[in-house]
Structures are given as structure tokens and as C-alpha cells.
Design a protein around this ligand. Structure first.
Ligand code: FAD
Length: 379
């Protein structure tokens, strides 16, 4: 392996070299983990239930903390080529269109960027394949065994370390922690992408009483839209419920003209309920560990779910590389991550209130949005 590439994720100890690592789930967290372990010389296989490594059609914000881990894995050039550099985050009055505040992002290092999810997955997937990761598609893991093995595609696999990056419905999380008790937050969200070639490179949070909309541009002249409304009831957690765009427009019928023009362009929209999950108590056991949404699903009010998953993945690779004993490395991983993740999730939960008009005074009084700053994973 290229010595320069290898050195960026490895520690002085080199304990992951030659280890057999299985990653369950080829999302942003799983692929980052696969790449980090492969950079350290591990033999890595990813098992993904879907037929392709791709993502739902939506945007994602990669903030400096997540970018720092991705840069350290050698992806800085690809991120800069495919992402759109953010200039500012701006809370707006959705009723009048007035700008409430403008938080400048131009000094952020590494850059805060907007991506189409599929583009980000593509960057990671290409890097994984180039680093020798074996990707198994159409490979749903059906059973986890107490010895760390699992069943997939009619055979049993028993690696040195099994990483559950299998998302919000993680089976491995259940194995390590028992059944979780998520609860409906009383909020639903619509998600859409429209063509909007002239959108400025800013994340705008359009606030209303009991509602808000976040818009930000993507490459190729598109605009990503997430709209949140308070509601009493919702049946199912998941991202794939199609809705009539007229429902979105009617929920924001009182919006200002610029936002109305944006919503008028929406022709396809998904709707889903937002649920809160407790942070998992146990992130590892024996030769298994969980990361990302599998360990700590988060509400999308701080743009941190994927960024935290990326940080987890990087830290998991570093902590296990540094410890001669795998169990000690897994314990160090959990100890390094849990407090920080819990703080970020609490901040995202608080923003659920702050983003609705009653919370504007709180935001300005605290000097800005609670953006995640400079913490470097594994530093
Ligand atoms: P996932 O992305 O869910 O990946 C899990 C993978 O595992 C999937 O590919 C799945 O098919 C696979 N899988 C599941 N079970 C199995 C199995 N048994 N066998 C094999 N494969 C399996 N985060 C940010 O950082 N920035 C943002 O701007 C942002 N915006 C968001 C906006 C919205 C509206 C929402 C809802 C979330 C947002 N998030 C954001 C959160 C972010 O999308 C998630 O936290 C992140 O995608 C979690 O990554 P993951 O790899 O842990 O899980």
C-alpha cells in the first residue's frame, strides 16, 4: 500500500494491519469505517443489503468536524471538487422574508460544504474500492451470533471485528442493548429538491410559529428543501413516504413571496415522522461494535447525524489500531465518543424548538446557531 496514504489514518501501533473487519451497512458511516480500516492495512468487507451503494435523493451538510476526519482519510480534493462551499447560515423570518441573523462560515477550516448524498457516497465508495475494500451488494445480514459471527447470503462469516453501521433500524444495536423505545417528537418533515440555479451558497432557516424550512443549494443548480411542521400523530419512522406537494404548500401558505416561489417549484416530495431515540448504552461487546445512526440516531436540526457517524468511524479505527487488545480499543472508542455525541444530540433536540419562531430570541441571545466546531476526532 502507498505509505503516505497508509500513514494518515494509522497510529504508531499498527494493530489493525491484517485484521479481518466486516462492516454491516454501506451508508456514510459504514463506508468511512471501511476506508479508515483499509488505510490501516486491515482486510475489509462491506455487506450492504441494497443493490447499489447510493443514497436517497437529498442533500447533506458536511460541517468542519466531519470534513476533518474525511480529509485525514485522503478525501480533501474529492470533497472540494464535488461539494459546494457554504458561505453562511442565516435564520430568516419565514413570514416576512427578513433576515434575522447571518453567521459567516467563510473562515471555517476545513470548509463547511453542501453535497448531494449520492455524490458523497460515490466519493467514499470509489476510495474504498481503490483501497481494496470488498463490497458485497444485495447482502442483507440476517443474524448476529454471540461469538461476533453473522449470517449473510446463505453463509456464516466470522471476522475479527464486526461493525454495525446498519442505521436507525440496526439489528446489532438490539443485540447489544435490547429493544429501543423511540418516541414520536410531534414533528413531521418533508424533503424535496428543485432546480434553482441562482441560489446563494447559504443555508437558510426560514422560521414560522410551529414550523420551519431549511434550504441550501447543491451542485448543478439545485436547491435542497427540508420543511418541518408540528403534528399530533404519526404512524411510522422512515424516509420513503411520498406526499402531495400541495400539502407542503398548504402547511406554509402564509410564507413570504421568495419562499412561496421556491415551494411552487416542488413537484415531488417525501414526508416522514421525526422520532427520538436514546443514545445506546453499549456501543461494543466481544468482537462487535456499532456506530453512527445504529448507536445514536439524531434529529436533523444540527446537521450532525452523518458528521457524527464519520467521526465515530474514524475514532473506532484509530482506537482499535492503537490498542494491542481489541477489547481495550473498543472500550477506548466508546469512552472517546459517547459524551461528545450525547452533547451534540442534546443540542439538536434543543434546536427543534429554537428553529420555530418562538426560539429566535434564544438563538440571537446565545450568539448564534449551535454549530459543531473544531473538535478533531482522534486528536
Ligand atoms: P445509514 O445512512 O442509515 O446507513 C445504513 C446502511 O445500512 C444502509 O445503506 C442500509 O441499507 C444498510 N443496512 C441496514 N441494515 C442492514 C442489514 N441487515 N444488512 C446489510 N445492510 C444493512 N446528517 C448530517 O451530518 N448533515 C446533514 O445535513 C443531515 N441532514 C439530514 C436531513 C434529514 C432530513 C435527515 C432525516 C437526516 C439528516 N442527517 C444529516 C442525518 C444523516 O442522514 C444520518 O445520521 C446518516 O445518514 C447516518 O449514517 P449511517 O451510515 O450511520 O446510517
Amino acid at each position: 500500500m502507498n505509505a503516505a496514504k497508509r500513514s494518515i489514518a494509522t497510529t504508531d501501533h499498527n494493530n489493525n494491519a491484517g485484521r479481518k473487519i466486516a462492516v454491516i451497512g454501506g451508508g456514510l458511516g459504514g463506508l468511512t469505517a471501511a476506508l479508515a480500516f483499509a488505510r490501516q492495512g486491515a482486510e475489509v468487507s462491506v455487506y450492504e443489503q441494497a443493490a447499489a451503494l447510493t443514497e436517497v435523493g437529498a442533500g447533506i451538510q458536511i460541517t468542519p468536524n466531519g470534513a476533518r476526519a474525511l480529509d485525514a482519510l485522503g478525501l480533501a480534493d474529492a470533497l472540494s471538487a464535488k461539494g459546494l462551499r457554504a458561505q453562511a447560515v442565516m435564520p430568516m423570518d419565514g413570514l416576512s422574508g427578513a433576515t434575522i441573523a447571518r453567521f459567516d462560515l467563510t473562515a471555517q477550516v476545513p470548509a463547511y460544504r453542501f453535497f448531494h448524498r449520492a455524490a458523497l457516497i460515490g466519493i467514499l465508495a470509489d476510495a474504498c474500492v481503490a483501497a481494496g475494500v470488498k463490497v458485497h451488494l444485495n447482502s442483507r445480514v440476517t443474524d448476529y451470533r454471540p461469538d461476533g459471527g453473522f449470517d449473510v447470503a446463505g453463509r456464516t462469516v466470522k471476522p475479527d471485528l464486526t461493525i454495525g453501521a446498519d442505521g436507525v433500524q440496526s439489528v446489532l444495536r438490539g443485540r447489544l442493548n435490547g429493544a429501543a423505545q423511540p418516541f414520536f417528537t410531534g414533528q413531521v418533515a418533508w424533503r424535496a429538491i428543485i432546480d434553482q440555479p441562482d441560489a446563494p451558497p447559504e443555508a437558510r432557516i426560514w422560521m414560522f410559529p410551529g414550523r420551519h424550512i431549511v434550504t441550501y443549494p447543491l451542485s448543478e443548480g439545485r436547491l435542497n428543501i427540508v420543511a418541518v411542521q408540528e403534528r399530533d400523530q404519526w404512524a411510522d419512522e422512515g424516509w420513503h413516504h411520498a406526499d402531495d406537494p400541495a400539502h407542503l404548500r398548504s402547511a406554509f401558505a402564509d410564507c413570504c413571496d421568495p419562499l412561496g416561489a421556491i415551494l411552487a417549484k416542488v413537484d415531488t416530495v417525501g414526508l416522514w415522522g421525526l422520532f427520538r431515540h436514546p443514545v445506546a448504552l453499549n456501543w461494543y461487546q466481544g468482537t462487535c461494535a456499532i456506530l453512527g445512526d445504529a448507536a445514536h440516531p439524531t434529529l436533523p436540526f444540527l446537521a450532525q447525524g452523518a458528521n457524527l457517524a464519520v467521526e465515530d468511524a474514524y475514532q473506532l479505527a484509530r482506537a482499535t489500531d492503537a490498542a494491542a487488545d481489541l477489547g481495550a480499543g473498543l472500550a477506548a472508542y466508546q469512552a472517546a465518543r459517547k459524551g461528545r455525541v450525547t452533547r451534540a444530540i442534546n443540542a439538536a433536540n434543543a434546536n427543534a424548538r429554537n428553529y420555530h419562531l418562538g426560539g429566535v430570541r434564544r438563538i440571537v441571545a446565545h450568539g448564534g446557531l449551535r454549530l459543531i466546531g473544531r473538535a478533531a476526532p482522534g486528536a
